[in-house]
Design a protein around this ligand. Structure first.
Ligand SMILES: [Zn+2]
Length: 476
């Protein structure tokens, strides 16, 4: 316990006169919240929290606005986003391109164009630019899913080891406005990787950072397969051309590729690294889960390995994932936008049972929702609207609607905190946890999910510090 007598026990910041959704296990709410030394001091009624106000306390009257835990976009390519914004991959498609772009991009297929980023200074600027954008959206944590030597020669310049070094610099200068988790990358983004590159890379990976609560090397990103619309997801189903996809991992045949993927996962786990596995096909997911089963037979450390995208994950796999403590990281907007592409290659039935986020949650899998920006815009409010649409009509009544909204908000707060292994200190607004929060102009539990994208983010606080206050220039 950290109970110490201090000369001035007053709060640094108090927000009062609104609704505070802690998203703790009991769905506790209050009307006010007090913050001290970057941590949450208390949540409660205005009268209770007013006791924490001293002469030096900054007091913000919420005027009925709502406070929720800071958003954790648990799969967001911030450097690439900063280089591209306001463009997104789907934005280009929405604007009229006929052919589906590869989900998760195909950033190395830019043979005809110059890299987006070439110097350290440009990479720093891109990270800061993305930081400003995401702060304006209430995002206080994110995972940069894949930067490292595998992309040192990459065509975009957005994923190489120099990007990590730029993060280290910015963190040392205290210029990050969101907490960053990094998955290292020893192959090409969306491309093949070799067992040798991954294992030697993992063994020499520099994992220590000065302040891991701000910048943390969580583990490794493995690209296990591609995506269904490109006939790349490895599946028990057949594409129209009779193929069934395959693994991206290097190997002479399917058996060797599967064995190499297994050994990558087992080795990462042995070294204490989390594995985020880009896997969309059912056979890929099955292979990845079997590897995690193998890995955990030797070591039961809770590394929170997870499947990224998980398009074709089935009920049997979800049950095994729950048993293993594996998470699922899904982008609701990709489900909504590409379900018709999936149907076109694998049929309506497969598309209808894809991205089963409701079933996953019911099976006991921790489901993190994310944007995969700049594939999509990094707007979690749209992500919640898309997830709600994807789930279909809830049970009737305002309680069911509010329960759904709370569950989806947890997909952007509580679940990704668990993915980060950080649930003891972030993800909910409970005393002693870090003061990462955002203020919305109205209570999200009082609006339909489809209306959430119109609810403004008014204020973003990270570690007790204001990193964003609403200004017209940020509002789109
Ligand atoms: Zn991605």
């Amino acid at each position: 316990m950290q109970r110490r007598d201090t000369p001035d026990p007053s709060a640094d910041l108090v927000l009062r006169g609104g609704t505070v959704h802690t998203l703790d296990q009991d769905d506790t709410t209050g009307t006010a919240i007090a913050i001290r030394h970057g941590r949450i001091l208390r949540v409660g009624g205005d009268a209770e929290v007013t006791a924490s106000i001293g002469r030096r306390t900054r007091v913000i009257d919420l005027d009925g606005r709502a406070v929720i835990p800071g958003i954790n976009d648990s799969h967001l390519h911030a450097t690439w986003l900063g280089a591209m914004w306001p463009n997104t991959v789907f934005g280009a498609m929405d604007a009229g391109a006929a052919a589906p772009p590869p989900v998760d991009g195909d950033p190395h297929d830019t043979s005809h164009s110059a890299p987006l980023l070439t110097t350290r200074a440009e990479r720093r600027a891109a990270i800061l630019r993305a930081g400003e954008l995401i702060a304006s959206l209430g995002i206080t944590s994110y995972t940069e899913p894949g930067i490292g030597p595998g992309e040192d020669g990459g065509a975009t310049g957005c994923f190489g080891q120099d990007v990590f070094d730029a993060y280290v610099e910015l963190e040392a200068e205290r210029r990050l406005t969101a907490r960053v988790n990094v998955l290292a990358l020893f192959g090409v983004l969306d491309g093949p990787s070799t067992l040798r590159d991954v294992t030697t890379g993992l063994r020499s990976l520099e994992r220590e950072t000065t302040r891991p609560t701000w910048l943390r090397v969580a583990g490794v990103k493995l690209f296990a397969d591609g995506i269904p619309p490109m006939h790349q997801a490895w599946t028990r189903h057949r594409y129209p051309d009779g193929t069934s996809g395959g693994l991206l991992v290097a190997g002479l045949d399917e058996e060797e590729r599967a064995e190499n993927l297994r050994r990558m996962i087992v080795e990462a786990n042995r070294l204490g690294y989390q594995v985020g596995i880009h896997a969309t096909g059912d056979r890929t997911i099955d292979t990845a889960i079997a590897a995690v089963e193998d890995a955990l037979r030797d070591s039961r450390a809770e590394l929170r390995h997870y499947i990224i995208h998980g398009d074709l994950v089935g009920p049997g796999e979800l049950a095994r994932m729950a048993t293993l403590g594996m998470g699922l990281n899904v982008q609701p907007g990709i489900a909504v936008k590409t379900a018709s592409w999936l149907a076109a290659v694998l049929g309506d039935d497969v598309a209808a049972s894809a991205w089963p986020i409701g079933e996953a949650a019911r099976a006991g899998v921790s489901v993190s929702l994310s944007s995969d920006a700049p594939i999509l815009a990094p707007d979690w409010r749209q992500g919640i609207a898309d997830a709600d649409a994807w789930l279909g009509a809830p049970l009737s009544g305002p309680t069911a609607t509010a329960d759904r909204m709370r569950a989806l908000l947890r997909g952007y707060t509580v679940a990704p905190a668990r993915q980060d292994g950080a649930e003891p200190w972030k993800g909910t607004l409970e005393p002693r946890k870090v003061a990462d929060l955002c203020v919305l102009e109205t209570d999200p539990l009082n609006v339909a999910a489809s209306e959430l994208p119109t609810v403004g983010v008014e204020l973003t606080v990270v570690d007790g510090e204001l990193v964003y206050e609403r200004e017209p220039v940020y509002m789109r």
